[in-house]
Design a protein around this ligand. Sequence first.
Ligand SMILES: [Zn+2]
Length: 111
Amino acid sequence: MHIKTNDTVVVITGDDKGQRGKVLAIDRREGRLVVEGVNRVYKHVRRSQKNPQGGRLSKEMPVQVSNVLLLCNRCGKGVRTGARLAKNGTKERYCKTCGTGMGEISPAKTK
Ligand SMILES: [Zn+2]
């Protein structure tokens, strides 16, 4: 997966198409992630000891990773990313549209 927690992503399909948000959690096994403000649902809660008022609780549900793109600050939109070796030997993500590096993904290999 090319996305990390705290990345800003753009939703490219579904009800929240065009929305931007910060990645809060990732489930790598399922290929899903929770994005701030995206795929919000209301959970109706009954009156209980813990929640004497009851009512509606708003929370984000996970979306499929294929439904989002990483936001490139330079392009100002969601972009496809690739991985490449940087000069210092670390592996980094980069924007396939403008070529800007978007952070290290693995440290330099030492031989
Ligand atoms: Zn870019």
